[in-house]
Design a protein around this ligand. Structure first.
Ligand code: ATP
Ligand code: MG
Length: 331
């Protein structure tokens, strides 16, 4: 069991808030993605769970045991850092084998070699096993860092933007691999990313952090469809949700200041007239940049559209989300 439970956890750095009063239960075997802009407290959360930081207040439990007083080594947690942490003078093979060579583990040599090869193959790095860690590209280093966590097969993985410096093809391959590995091991995984697709496709749960506070936690679909605030609504969805004055369209409820319209939630051919500013052909998707009463609006349109700059198109909300003056959702 590797359920992770944070209860009222606070960590400050002088006057700066790392995280503030975070209470969160990560179910055993869950794949949790933490979202939030830079400085929101994502890395701090992972470092607190791994034992690299000590909370100022609150309790952290892994598998039902309070771990506040345990060292990182005693927690059986593998962390992949935002900055790669490889031994530069060692080969890829030795970097990968290192976590298994701990005398406490007593892992036989041939078992280590087999495990290293297996992980190297999964991460498409087997052809670089004899390279020095310094003789690798950024993406290769990142894969070795992930490998160093995977070889150990712990119950809990913490990964801080592990795929951020990989190209699109490798990213999508490893996305699938990571998800598979996590499912095979039945491991619990906390994962930080800024990537839309990673969050939507890999996560069983998404946690949204705002200046150190956990503002929503739930399945990605729920976070997307039912955000508690304008802030949360803006964390998922690409192109981003359109945040417009509520009065721009008829039908806003009392107290609504802002109407949130996801690009796919705008109907064309009825409603308010908007002017086309730009048509962006992305291959599988065509984005329509509009201006409506001086406000920018982005929506999607037919890939074969004949609309062009200067044209007028009528638009109306579908499934609008309304928010009050403080950004809280009005339902
Ligand atoms: N060691 C530290 N000393 C001082 N302040 C810190 C330290 N670590 C984090 N902080 C502060 O805590 C807050 C949260 O930082 P954290 O690194 O958790 O953000 P993050 O969400 O991981 O951001 P990013 O997306 O940029 O990695 C920030 O204000 C940061 O400046
Ligand atoms: Mg960080």
């Amino acid at each position: 069991m590797a359920e992770v439970r944070l209860t009222g956890v606070t960590k400050r750095f002088g006057r700066d808030v790392g995280i503030e009063d975070v209470t969160l239960t990560v179910p055993d075997g869950a794949f949790v993605v933490l979202l939030g802009p830079t400085g929101a407290g994502k890395t701090t959360t992972l470092r607190l769970i791994s034992g690299l930081e000590t909370p100022d207040a609150g309790e952290i439990a892994i598998g039902g045991h309070v771990v506040n007083d345990l060292t990182p080594a005693q927690r059986d947690v593998a962390m992949v850092f935002q900055q790669y942490s490889l031994y530069p003078h060692m080969t890829v093979r030795d970097n990968l084998a290192f976590p298994l060579r701990s005398p406490i583990l007593k892992t036989p040599k041939d078992a280590i070699a087999a495990r290293v090869r297996e992980v190297a193959e999964v991460l498409h790095i087997a052809h670089k096993l004899d390279n020095k860690a310094t003789a690798l590209s950024g993406g290769e280093m990142q894969r070795v860092s992930i490998g160093r966590a995977l070889v150990r097969q712990p119950q809990l993985f913490l990964m801080d933007e592990p795929l951020s410096s990989l190209d699109a093809k490798l990213r999508s391959d490893l996305r699938i691999e990571l998800k598979r590995i996590q499912a095979d091991l039945g491991a619990t995984l906390l994962y930080v990313t800024h990537d839309q697709i990673e969050a939507m496709t890999m996560a069983t749960h998404v946690g949204v952090l705002d200046r150190g506070r956990l503002v929503q936690f739930g399945p990605p679909k729920e976070i997307y469809e039912n955000p508690a605030s304008l802030y949360v609504a803006g964390r998922l969805g690409l192109p981003r949700i359109n945040a417009l004055p509520a009065g721009l369209f008829p039908g806003a409820p009392a107290g609504a200041k802002t109407i949130g319209l996801r690009p796919e939630h705008i109907a064309q051919g009825e409603g308010q007239p908007a002017r086309v500013v730009r048509v962006e052909h992305l291959g599988d998707q065509t984005r329509l940049h509009l201006t409506l009463d001086g406000h920018d609006v982005i929506t999607l349109t037919d890939v074969h559209t004949d609309l062009g700059p200067g044209d007028t198109v009528a638009v109306a909300p579908r499934n609008p989300l309304y928010f009050d003056a403080r950004g809280a959702r009005i339902t």
